[in-house]
Design a binder for this molecule. Structure first.
Ligand code: NAI
Ligand code: MG
Length: 504
């Protein structure tokens, strides 16, 4: 069922600013300079709305990675960043936030061209999210202090003790393609606030906005070498970074599979590790909620960013007394989420990021059908002039052991199931190796809080989904991750504690 077959899925023209960014020479940002790679390999930029190659960037060599790490190491060890007055660091980070704001339109367009997300969504969500995160974390630069602490076992007045909070050192940060700039900023902001230096590697599918971010970093006054941005493949450049002896901390967002690999590799030198990984987040609709609210609300939970969201509400559980009405309203809401080219101003959902992701998602839909699931809506791909479009899809008649119910699909595909009582749905919701997020739709306060306590997930949303705030810790239970980002915890994850004990 494809309700809007007459929409022409063809990419719109690029602006002059975007054309200029696409035409730039492939280079790496190391030690405050744009430099050539020591090798000649490049990676193509493909616009997912057309499937066409529109630019290329460097596939960093081992030598390139080593140069970037050496620059970050020098910049950390000589204190050019960490020894600055904290207010100087805070001020430069606010400046960087302002520069992101000044280039918001271009950055939103580049994100749309690179990732396939609607430019309007990037302008409304991704770019303001970056600016908010940068301002929030900037504030921590002046607030992470040394604490005095009284010893318990020594007579009073005989010792002076205190606890210093110090930056960990050099952080390697590896980010995915679903929110390219937002993930990059979410990573560098707390590291810089804490006084660390950084090597950032964006995903091989989406490096355009990270490269523009490097320009803005240079303009912000942040000293050379403090942030180094290198593009390249994960299994080569990414792996080299994780193994590098001069890297003190690795922060990664991406697949659970690669997250586990990174954690194993980093263990050899006991690098500090933060991991934000996959999810299969449940969304629970209790019988008191108006299906005309719950239908569109839970549809947004999965279809935003074409379902390529770690916290996507990919398992819908509606109470059996309202299941049919919720499903009807959900299916109707898919009209709003019909795929469009990313620069189409009328679009709310774009194509998937890549051919690989398209095949993965279509493969899951086929697998679900073969296993006995029925398609309530979607399940197919609309006609288009190239591009990786998938229609919003609802699968019903699913069983708990099906792969479509158990595995992260990372596309616009939801599995919808009925439940009877709270204990049962909490058990079903927790029957997963993931634990990133969960949604609860009800006005019944008692049920809301009971369920919020029972669900094993790092974030619980009530009557909303996907709301993220820089001040609130974000991360996963179980195989959804390790550690927390954002909030005080997020910046403290880039610090070490040092107890100083002095006999007087
Ligand atoms: P991925 O985990 O392979 O890639 C994410 C980042 O890790 C990229 O920058 C990549 O270059 C890097 N990377 C890959 N292999 C590496 C290695 N051996 N060492 C160091 N860095 C490495 O994710 P991929 O292949 O793009 O997507 C596969 C699936 O992962 C998706 O279908 C989705 O289920 C999940 N995913 C989850 C994300 C999240 O936000 N939690 C984001 C992206 C993907
Ligand atoms: Mg991969």
């Amino acid at each position: 069922m494809n309700q809007m077959t007459n929409v022409k899925l063809e990419q719109f023209p690029y602006s002059e600013a975007a054309k200029k960014a696409l035409a730039r020479k492939p280079q790496l940002f190391i030690d405050g300079q744009w430099v050539d790679s020591t090798g000649g390999a490049a990676i193509e930029v493909i616009d997912p709305s057309s499937g066409k190659v529109v630019s290329r960037f460097v596939d960093a060599t081992n030598d390139d990675v080593d140069r970037a790490v050496a620059a970050a190491r020098r910049a950390f060890d000589d204190g050019r960043w960490s020894d600055l007055p904290p207010i100087a660091r805070e001020t430069m980070l606010h400046k960087l936030a302002d520069l992101l704001g000044a280039h918001a339109d271009e950055l939103a367009e580049l994100e749309a061209i690179d990732n396939g997300k609607p430019k309007g969504m990037a302008a409304a969500i991704d770019i303001p999210g970056c600016i908010g995160m940068m301002h929030y974390m900037a504030g921590w630069a002046t607030k992470l202090g040394t604490e005095a602490s009284e010893p318990m076992a020594m007579p009073r007045g005989t010792f002076h003790t205190y606890v210093r909070r110090e930056p960990i050192g050099v952080a390697a940060q590896i980010v995915p393609w679903n929110f390219p700039l937002l993930m990059a900023v979410l990573k560098i902001a707390p590291a810089l606030a804490a006084g660390c230096t950084v090597i950032l590697k964006p995903a091989e599918q989406t490096s355009l906005t990270a490269l523009r971010l490097a320009d803005l970093i240079a303009e912000s006054g942040i000293p050379a070498g403090v942030v180094n941005i290198i593009t390249g493949n994960g299994h080569t450049a990414g792996d080299r970074l994780v193994r590098h002896p001069d890297v003190d901390k690795v922060a990664f967002t991406g697949s659970t599979e690669i997250g586990k690999l990174i954690n194993k590799t980093a263990t050899d030198s006991l690098k500090r590790v933060t991991l934000e990984l996959g999810g299969k987040s449940p969304v629970i609709v209790l019988p008191d909620v108006d299906p005309r609210v719950a239908g569109p609300g839970t549809a947004q939970a999965i279809f935003f960013n074409s379902g390529q969201v770690c916290v996507a509400g990919s398992r819908l559980y509606a109470h059996k007394s309202v299941f049919d009405q919720v499903l009807e309203n959900f299916v109707e809401a898919t009209n709003f989420w019909q795929p469009r080219a990313s620069l189409d101003p009328a679009g709310h959902m774009g194509p998937l990021v890549s051919d690989e992701q398209f095949n993965r998602v279509m493969g899951y839909i086929e697998d679900g059908k073969k296993a006995g699931a029925s398609v309530a809506v979607g399940g197919d791909s609309p006609a288009s002039e190239g591009g990786y479009y998938v229609n919003p899809t609802v699968l019903v008649d699913v069983k708990p052991d099906m792969r479509v119910v158990r595995e992260e699909i990372f596309g616009p595909v939801v599995v919808a199931q009925r439940f009877d009582d709270l204990d049962e749905v909490a058990r079903q919701a927790n029957d997963t190796r993931f634990g990133l997020a969960a949604g609860i739709w009800t006005k019944d306060l008692s049920a809301m809080h009971k369920l919020a306590a029972k669900l094993k997930a790092g974030t619980i949303w009530g009557n909303c989904h996907g709301v993220i705030d820089p001040a609130l810790p974000f991360g996963g239970y179980k195989e959804s991750g390790l550690g927390r980002e954002q909030g005080r915890e997020g910046v403290e994850a880039y610090t070490e504690l040092k107890s100083v004990i002095i006999q007087l």
